[in-house]
Design a protein around this ligand. Sequence first.
Ligand SMILES: C[S@@+](CC[C@H](N)C(=O)[O-])C[C@H]1O[C@@H](n2cnc3c(N)ncnc32)[C@H](O)[C@@H]1O
Ligand code: SF4
Length: 351
Amino acid sequence: MDLPKKCYFGLIYGRLTTKGEYQICCGKVPASGNYHTDGKFIDYWKSDKLNNLLTQLRDNLDEMNKTWGDGHCDYCPHSVINEKLHNGEIDIPTSPITFNIDVINVCDHRCNFCWHWSYDMIDDKAQFDGFSDWAKEKLDLQIFKDTVDGLAELGDCEEIQIGGGGEPLLHPNIHEMINYVKENNLSCKLITNFCQITQEQLDNLIKVGLDDILINISAGTRETYCETRRVQSKVWDKLLSNIEHIIKNRTTDVPRVTLKSVINSENIHEVGNTVDLGVKFGVDVVSLRFFQEDGVYDSDSKIISKEQKIKFDEILIDKINEYGYEEYEDDDSFIYNYKSQQTNTLLRGDV
Ligand SMILES: C[S@@+](CC[C@H](N)C(=O)[O-])C[C@H]1O[C@@H](n2cnc3c(N)ncnc32)[C@H](O)[C@@H]1O
Ligand code: SF4
């Protein structure tokens, strides 16, 4: 993928961390502002400080790349959008188009591929310095609300994603947060392991009109699910019953449900089972993403071997044939998209 001619990162993607830091672009770049020092998001967004940074990015991307770590933009999936902005094919938005809010860092699972909570890392006591303080961080509700207010006022934010370094459903105010985004008429996506939720709370997600739920399943069977994230068997049952409940009880096409699998050496053999589960439950999307090794503890043991990749391709082709999937063109952020007449479940390769 070509590097963008000019960079408009802050316009594509923004992020608020549990500490109240403002980050433009993905988590690879350092935070450039903070609620506690730079004020509410809307004030920071309009500040000279951010404008100066964006100007540097636009005019001197190579230098900024060096400052931030050489080549970090090489694989930027937003390059195509940047080009369109640069060429004047689309209007320059008034705010980040997508905004991710990290609400909490603690997690109840120990997914072995996870950047933060891999059980290998915990077994070996190899957490980074300051991990135990980091793990206790959770975003203050008022900071969350002020940021949502700002994004609503700025006007061009197309999606607020609620996630974190841990599991957002463990935040004591998570349902109030989701309600607040929807009261502000913004689109909301919840990124979750989708286990810690009651039936009443599930019904509330439907009632308030949550737009998207991205469920990290990353397995296709109970055994692998429980083994690779060190959870009890009943957690698998709860996950499946939550998925079933949402799909059966929604009365419109939202919340759209995506089953996400982070493919690595420990679950790659189950890709077919994951697709089967998605089709069986009638989820909207099965999204497959190869695991990113950067920052994962003992990542070598989770890297996919050549043989595994060959087998993965074979399984996927079988599933594509079995469900009559055909490739189609969609937005730029997926590496492939398949749809089928036999099922409403899309199959996507995520970046
Ligand atoms: C850090 S988790 C936090 C939210 C929630 N606990 C969950 O699992 O979805 C956010 C997402 O990061 C992704 N993820 C975690 N570790 C990854 C890795 N090593 N490579 C790629 N994606 C990863 C998963 O898709 C997950 O849904
Ligand atoms: S559920 Fe999410 S945060 Fe928790 S260990 Fe798994 S990927 Fe990491």
